[in-house]
Design a protein around this ligand. Structure first.
Ligand code: ZN
Length: 127
């Protein structure tokens, strides 16, 4: 079991590095573009600040980074691999696809249903 967790940890760290490299690449392109089109010193100062670093990554990437970091914390406190809601073991093939999963399949589906917009929930309930 420990080796399984180590393997997932390595995958999570690799994914985190990928996302980080992707973000840096994006920033690099963005900075070059700004320089070519309009070398406004104010824009360049903004591009180099931490605030624009956050803006440069998409919301889904940011969420993935946060989920991976949370998964790494769960590995440290030994709660990795257990569902956050019902404490059941998360299926190994689910962790294979999503090593950062914090819910078992049942609870994840339940959460997804709750996250649907009101109209969609009504339709599901009525149907
Ligand atoms: Zn669960």
């Amino acid at each position: 079991m420990t080796t399984e967790i180590d393997r997932h940890k390595r995958r999570l760290l690799a994914r985190l590095q990928d996302l980080d490299a992707q973000r840096r690449g994006f920033l690099h392109d963005e900075a070059r573009l700004t320089e070519e089109v309009d070398p406004d010193p104010l824009d360049r100062a903004r591009a180099e600040s931490g605030a624009s670093e956050l803006e440069a990554i998409t919301e889904s990437e940011l969420r993935e980074i946060l989920e991976i970091e949370a998964a790494l914390r769960r590995i440290d406190d030994k709660s990795f691999g257990f569902c956050d809601v019902c404490d059941d073991l998360i299926a190994p093939d689910r962790l294979e696809v999503m090593p950062w999963a914090r819910l078992c399949l049942d609870c994840a589906e339940e959460e997804e249903r709750r996250a649907l917009p009101m109209g969609a929930v009504d339709l599901v309930t009525l149907g």
